[in-house]
Design a protein around this ligand. Structure first.
Ligand code: MN
Ligand code: MN
Length: 383
């Protein structure tokens, strides 16, 4: 039965999410291996690929707090930076934009309202709860408000490892560095009033909890954005496998999310996210609950293992082999964020199933009968 609709654990044989098969074919057609150069050359050891973002102090103010991981704190992650942010009820992350990076977010706890303007002039104000995602393309102006009750806690990921949350384009910083005559003309306020505005960046302030129903915009336009910035990842259909599940949001499911993909993964006790790699992207992980052990393979005989738990960040460079073992009594839940709008993976089981038995026998020095016993259907998350 060769057609690619044959299901195995709810999965097409052609690849986990439809994209991997074509890449595997391209890889198989890449021609004979050339002699290995520099066989004896020295290679740098693998860079640290674990960072405990929640144990850092970060920025703390009356309205909330922020902890970050940029290349300064976590040098291996040149492509993605992360921030763990908390807003108290009424806490206001002031009006700002990001010049060099798009902002992707996942709400871990509590409720937050985001108001954002697109370059076409359409604006949108939406409320977000646990499991919801937002994506603000580079430069889209936005602000956040904690809705209470309790703190809102959300993870932000930016598609440039050099991005620092503490270097954003904030409205108070700009106005404080503009001559009052110009600022007064632009705002339509008397210059005398401007003297009372904040003298430097506010960043996060303690505001009031906004009304339950979003207020009308000052220009009278209803909130009618036709290209939504919101996606309910925790409500998205899960791909179920023997050892767990994956919910995926790429630009296919969420068209505005043009530079990133994310996966919410859950691995059951004792299960393993199988050996695989991502041809088109780095993988930046945030562990939400439970514990795991991840091992990465970086060629030249290099492999390394780290244990990861709640509040830890993990990172896998593009093309590096890796697998994740659940450990401890409870399932492990983590977010995997990729710096590409389309999801690609090649798993070991899918790859070995997509090769002739005779060649696999030669490669490993096994008999035909032994290769016959080898798995041939993709596993993705194995029991
Ligand atoms: Mn922002
Ligand atoms: Mn992966």
């Amino acid at each position: 039965m060769d057609d690619d609709t044959k299901q195995s654990g709810g999965l097409s044989r052609r690849g986990i999410f439809g994209a991997a098969g074509a890449t595997a074919l391209a890889l198989a057609a890449a021609g004979p291996a050339s002699a290995i150069p520099h066989k004896g050359a020295k290679h740098d050891p693998l860079q640290a690929f674990k960072f405990d973002i929640e144990s850092t102090e970060g920025w703390v103010g009356a309205g909330g707090s922020a902890k970050e991981a940029t290349v300064e704190e976590f040098p291996v992650s040149k492509s993605i930076a992360g921030v763990s942010m908390r807003l108290k009820p009424g806490g206001l992350r002031e009006l700002h934009w990001h010049a060099i990076a798009a902002e992707w977010a996942f709400v871990l706890d509590g409720r937050v309202r985001a108001t954002v303007i697109s370059p076409n002039g359409q604006a949108e104000s939406s409320d977000f709860g646990p499991g919801d995602v937002w994506y603000f393309p580079k430069g889209h102006g936005h602000a956040l408000q904690g809705l209470g009750p309790g703190d809102a806690h959300f993870l932000l990921a930016f598609d440039d490892g050099h991005f620092s949350e503490f270097g954003t384009f904030s409205i108070t910083d700009w106005l404080a560095h503009t001559p009052p005559a110009i600022a007064a003309r632009n705002l339509g306020l008397p210059a005398s009033l401007l003297a009372g505005l904040p003298k430097s960046e506010v960043y996060i302030s303690a505001g009031k909890v906004p009304p339950a129903a979003p207020e009308a915009f000052r220009n009278g336009d209803p909130s009618t954005n036709q290209f939504p910035h919101k996606f309910r990842l925790a409500e998205a259909p899960a791909r179920e496998f023997a050892g767990g599940s994956i919910r995926l949001v790429s630009s296919r499911e969420f068209p505005i999310q043009t530079t990133m993909t994310a996966a919410l993964e859950e691995i059951k006790p004792g299960a393993v996210r199988e050996m695989h790699w991502h041809p088109n992207a780095d993988e930046w992980q945030y562990y939400i609950s439970g514990r795991a052990r991840m091992t990465i393979f970086g060629a030249h005989g290099r492999a390394a293992t780290e244990e990861l738990g709640p509040g830890n960040v993990g990172f896998v460079q593009q093309g590096f082999g890796h697998y994740v073992e659940q450990i401890g009594p409870e399932p492990v839940r983590f977010l995997a964020i990729f710096n590409n709008p389309l999801y690609e993976e090649i798993s070991l089981s899918a790859w070995l199933g997509a090769n002739p038995a005779g060649m696999i026998a030669d490669n490993f020095g096994l008999s035909g009968a032994q290769v016959e016993a080898m798995r041939r259907a993709p596993l993705v998350i194995m029991e």
